[in-house]
Design a protein around this ligand. Structure first.
Ligand SMILES: [Zn+2]
Length: 366
């Protein structure tokens, strides 16, 4: 069993400017640092090295995706819009999505990184892989950048693997705290891709990610949203996996599981109000691995999405990588015992109700 690892310094050079958290500066908003900045990713990469884990992972190099590969899931107009803005030195691609000079090429390298890591998994070079790529992708719509996302990295990779490597059914399990609305939109009518998103109820985008969004046409039943109440912790996510995610995967029988992986469901994330610790992310990874081994030879591709706590993202990332690779390092997450002792980490009745409502939809998957 080998675990692939993909990252590139150029990902850190995507410039989101001097926005204040998620808003453009102005006369009443002091310029600051954009929430989606390189630091969380750099520190994740650094801890992978400092932990010694890097020596146990198979390095996979990214290549730029071609515009034709991007066009499998995005409109030519959208691609041209991002290129023009990037060539002109940058700006806001659309609502809440600033970019800088060269961001177009970096976004191609991010989508191409997802492709390369996916090829590593599907070809059998590695059993599973983590692509630490940037800018993120899961909010990007076919014709629209949004939520810091320019191109839908995971979707571009899935379409490429289906078109060129003969992959059939793919399941996505998106544990970013925000709704994976872009991935959902791209595959909404497609029964070959089961899209599952666990997210904080009605966080971002607004009015998106409800249980009733269950797919349409031939894709009816093949999109599952689990909109968990704010304050959900380890046990709520475990219950969502045990009652919805894992049974859905067993019904669907994917050939590959793709995880748009955001660590903004952590207990100290500035943009989310959930309570996952690194240990909780580790447990979710363990549950996915067990299902993947039974269903698809252990094949899992993770593509990096959100996560905005500079201090904490690296611990969540290393925990997931330890689980994927089977290598335990000497790294101890200093938050783990404190966070797991917080009130509300056990399953609450109102959380259980939501999970059971989604569980009732699993039978529609065939
Ligand atoms: Zn997010």
């Amino acid at each position: 069993m080998a675990t692939g690892w993909l990252c590139h310094e150029l990902y850190m050079w995507h410039n989101t400017g001097n926005w204040a958290q998620v808003f453009p500066p102005g006369l009443t908003v002091q310029p600051g640092t954009h929430a989606e900045n390189p630091e969380t990713k750099r520190r994740f990469r650094n801890l992978v090295e400092v932990s010694g884990l890097l020596n146990h992972l198979v390095q996979i190099s990214p290549r730029p995706a071609t515009p034709d590969e991007i066009a499998r899931v995005h409109t030519r107009e959208h691609i041209a819009h991002i290129k023009a803005l990037s060539d002109a030195g940058g700006g806001d691609a659309s609502w809440l999505t600033p970019l800088g000079a060269g961001s177009y090429e970096i976004a191609l390298l991010a989508a191409g990184g997802a492709i390369a890591a996916g090829e590593g998994v599907v070809s059998g070079e590695v059993t599973n892989a983590y692509a630490l790529i940037r800018p993120p992708g899961h909010h990007a719509q076919p014709n629209l950048a949004m939520g810091f996302c320019l191109f839908s990295n995971a979707a571009v990779a899935i379409r490429h693997l289906q078109a060129r490597l003969g992959v059939g059914r793919v399941a996505t399990v998106d544990w970013d705290v925000h709704h994976g609305n872009g991935t959902q939109a791209i595959f909404y009518e497609d029964p070959t891709v089961l899209t599952i998103s666990l997210h904080q109820e009605n966080l971002y985008p607004p009015n998106s990610g409800s249980i009733s969004e269950n797919g349409t046409g031939r894709g009816l039943g093949f999109n599952l949203n689990i909109p968990l109440p704010p304050g959900s912790g380890a046990a709520a996510y475990r219950a969502a996996f045990e009652r919805v995610v894992i049974p859905a995967l067993h019904r669907f029988k994917p050939e590959l599981i793709v995880v748009p992986s955001g660590f903004d469901a952590s207990g100290v994330d500035p943009l989310g109000r959930m309570m996952l610790s690194s240990g909780a992310y580790r447990e979710l990874t363990h549950l996915l691995l067990s299902a993947a081994r039974e269903l698809c030879g252990g094949r899992i591709l993770m593509t990096h999405e959100g996560g905005y706590s500079e201090m904490y993202v690296p611990y969540c990332g290393v925990a997931v990588l330890e689980e994927l690779s089977g290598v335990k390092t000497h790294v101890d997450d200093p938050w783990q015992p404190l966070m797991m002792a917080w009130g509300g980490q056990d399953l609450q009745p109102h959380q259980s109700l939501v999970i059971d409502k989604v569980a009732a939809l699993v039978a529609r998957i065939s």
